[in-house]
Ligand binder design. Structure first.
Ligand code: URA
Length: 242
């Protein structure tokens, strides 16, 4: 067993130098001041997740910006934290930044983003106005490949904390990856069945979740646009009843 100081631990968890504990929350203090730290990765992920849960919006933004917790740091131009109103009722969750998002540091600014803006307009919503847009993964995977398991494990706590701080009334998960990442504890989502999650209200830590197609998918499969429209109407109606 190695002896670690709190500083060592935070550095190991990729949470230094930017993150400072503001209030001595008990759970954090227990982990961060612990003299003995298990070497197991699972414990590391859990400890990192606990620390991220204590962050305010500014700390979270800084932590994402300087994150080096996985290999995606090597190829990214910058992190993409998310954009919009941090007090929004609507939270839209996509997968990961693509080339244009990596370049601009904003989510959904490419072609799929234009379609997303049109989808939002169809239900009288506008980017930045009572809407926050985020991705599960904050850095661009090279060649836009699917994110790897470890990358997801390192990044998901950021989205969890964004949800906790924004406290949206409703989350819209765009596509299989976002649906799976948000709902994995309750649903088995495979390649063929994920779309069956559409048309139902799911739950993510007490926040209702509606699943629809990813705009990048819709750009290639226009026939499914009608179904996406149904999902958006369902979301609008759900929000009106909340
Ligand atoms: N696709 C996503 O899932 N997110 C983006 O930000 C851009 C494209």
């Amino acid at each position: 067993m190695s002896l670690m100081t709190r500083e060592d631990l935070l550095r190991e968890l990729e949470l230094l130098p930017i993150w400072q504990l503001r209030e001595p929350a008990k759970a954090v203090a227990t982990v961060a001041n612990s003299a003995e730290v298990s070497d197991s990765k699972a414990d590391m992920f859990a400890a990192r997740s606990e620390l991220i849960k204590q962050m305010d919006w500014q700390n979270l933004q800084q932590c994402v910006q300087s994150c080096q917790a996985c290999g995606l740091v090597k190829a990214r131009a910058q992190t993409v934290f998310g954009a919009g109103d941090p007090d929004a009722d609507w939270l839209i969750v996509g997968e990961a930044p693509g080339a244009e998002e990596d370049h601009q540091g904003e989510p959904f600014v490419g072609q799929a983003g234009q379609l997303l803006d049109n989808m939002l307009a169809a239900i009288q919503l506008k980017r930045g106005q009572n809407v926050f847009i985020a991705n599960v993964i904050k850095c661009r995977p090279p060649e836009n490949r699917d994110p790897h398991g470890e990358e997801v494990l390192q990044c998901v706590p950021f989205l969890q904390q964004q949800v906790a701080l924004i406290q949206p009334k409703l989350i819209i998960a765009l596509g299989k990856f976002a649906a799976q990442s948000l709902l994995q504890s309750e649903n088995t989502v495979d390649e063929h069945t994920w779309a069956s999650l559409r048309g139902q209200l799911h739950d993510y830590h007490g926040v209702p979740v509606i699943v629809t197609y990813h705009p990048a998918y819709l750009l290639r499969n226009w026939a499914d646009k009608a179904e996406a429209w149904e999902d958006l109407c369902f979301a609008k109606k759900t929000m009106q009843g909340l």
